[in-house]
Design a protein around this ligand. Structure first.
Ligand SMILES: CC(C)(COP(=O)(O)OP(=O)(O)OC[C@H]1O[C@@H](n2cnc3c(N)ncnc32)[C@H](O)[C@@H]1OP(=O)(O)O)[C@@H](O)C(=O)NCCC(=O)NCCS
Length: 160
C-alpha cells in the first residue's frame, strides 16, 4: 500500500493560545499518518529520520474536519520518503482547503534499530515521476542544509 488518508474532527484539546489548532498537534497528526503509510509500505517497523519544511499556510479551527493524505514519493535503499498534505474544512462546507504540505523520511529498521532494505517504489504515471524527481531534489537540497547546520548540530557547540 503506498497511500493512506486520515479524516477526523479537530477537538477542543488540540487548541493553542490563539484559539486555533496547535501547530504541535498538526505535526503529530502528520507524523502518525506518514508513519502508517511508511509502515504499510515497508511491512516492518520504521523510524522517522527527517521531517522537513513544514509551512503552515492557514490556521485550522477547532471543530473543523481535518483530512491528511500521505503517499510514498521515493524509496532509497532503506528509506521511504512520504509526502503529506493537510486539508481542513468547516463541517458544513464541502470543499477542503490545503493547510500545509511536507515531506517526511522514514527508515525501515529491524528489532535492533538497524536499517533494513525496503522494496522499491516505482513511479508509473507522469505525476508520480514528477513526485520522485521532487523527492530527489529535496534530498540534494537537504545535504546542503545539513552542511549549513553542521556547526550547530555539534553537541560541543551550543547556540547560547
Ligand atoms: C534512522 C537511523 C536508524 C539511521 O541510522 P544510520 O546509522 O544513520 O543509517 P544510515 O546512515 O545507513 O542511513 C539510513 C538511511 O537514512 C537516510 N538518512 C540519513 N540521514 C538522513 C537525513 N538527514 N535526511 C534524510 N535521510 C537520511 C540515509 O540516506 C539512508 O537511506 P537510504 O538507505 O535509502 O540511502 C538512526 O539515525 C536512528 O535510529 N535515528 C533515530 C530515529 C528516531 O528515533 N526517530 C524518532 C524521532 S526522535
Amino acid at each position: 500500500m503506498n497511500r493512506i488518508s486520515f479524516q477526523f474532527i479537530s477537538e477542543p484539546t488540540d487548541i493553542n493560545f490563539g484559539g486555533n489548532v496547535h501547530g504541535g498537534a498538526v505535526m503529530k497528526w502528520i507524523d502518525q499518518t506518514a508513519y502508517t503509510c511508511a509502515r504499510s509500505w515497508a511491512e516492518t517497523y520504521c523510524v522517522t529520520v527527517y521531517v522537513g519544511g513544514i509551512r503552515f499556510y492557514r490556521p485550522i479551527n477547532i471543530g473543523d474536519v481535518v483530512k491528511i493524505d500521505s503517499y510514498v514519493i521515493y524509496t532509497g535503499k532503506t528509506s521511504i520518503h512520504i509526502a503529506v498534505d493537510v486539508y481542513a474544512r468547516k463541517v458544513d462546507h464541502i470543499i477542503f482547503e490545503k493547510k500545509t504540505h511536507c515531506v517526511i523520511v522514514f527508515v525501515s529498521v529491524d528489532s535492533n534499530g538497524k536499517p533494513l532494505e525496503v522494496k522499491k517504489w516505482i513511479p508509473k504515471t507522469e505525476h508520480e515521476k514528477e513526485l520522485e524527481s521532487y523527492a530527489i531534489s529535496l534530498k540534494n537540497l537537504r545535504l546542503k542544509i545539513e552542511d549549513e547546520m553542521k556547526p550547530f548540530l555539534d553537541k560541543d557547540n551550543a547556540l547560547n
